[in-house]
Design a protein around this ligand. Sequence first.
Ligand code: NDP
Length: 244
Amino acid sequence: MLKGKTALVTGGSRGIGAAIAQAMAAEGADVIVVYAGDAQAAERVCQTCREAYGVRAQAYRCDVSDFAAVKELAAQVKADWGGIQILVNNAGITRDGLVMRMKEEDFDRVMDTNLKGAFNMIRHFSPMLMRQEESRIINISSISGVIGNAGQANYAASKAGLIGLTKTVARELASRHVTCNAIAPGFIETDMTRAMPVDAQTLAAAVPLGRMGKPEEVAQAAVFLANAAYVTGEVLCVSGGIGM
Ligand code: NDP
């Protein structure tokens, strides 16, 4: 149970982030949804959390790649909520292409959102997390960051970097009772995979379990890590076996 906790989920307006926000709410946590552009989608997630689970839920717009904007977000969240106990760094983007043809701006944008975004959030929210009795940081990496993926040099590098960030933060904050773990999802049914140039059947064929995963299946792993007091610095693959 996560009653009495507040969980902040970046990219909580859609896909995996929305499923994580709702799964945390189902466990009794109050929820803060951070989104980039789609205010209506973010508000819909908050409304579901409030109506279905009776928890507090509020959406905030913030570009996680913007250091100054994340600093302002942390100050606003502190003023509105007092503090948080669970931080889920889920916001992420793809700009796929073969490395030989990849544009510099596509490399930078993916690194700035996926890796620097998580750094920005941890940098500005860790003082709040450290002040609690126990806190959790959960970073959504990817199986691409574990085994690589042709066409995703920028994305795989950002997600591998997130694993290094996870293990380092786990070591730095362990004495303050803050755990930090990563989840590495495989192919999950969201807008991100729907935008890929490969159809769902082809993606599923590459998975030992023979199908794509559902956002709710990743969310259950996040709930496990939100409850797990004696797990830190780990990477939990939720990939139907791609990562083994
Ligand atoms: P979606 O594209 O469905 O959703 C992305 C979310 O991130 C949206 O809520 C979006 O907000 C938000 N977002 C994007 N850029 C920013 C930004 N700069 N600042 C704040 N929020 C931002 O993605 P998924 O649900 O598929 O993916 C979620 C995470 O899981 C990502 O980190 C992704 O890399 C990872 N992942 C996904 C896999 C998959 O198969 N789907 C596999 C492995 C990992 P808005 O709606 O406002 O644009």
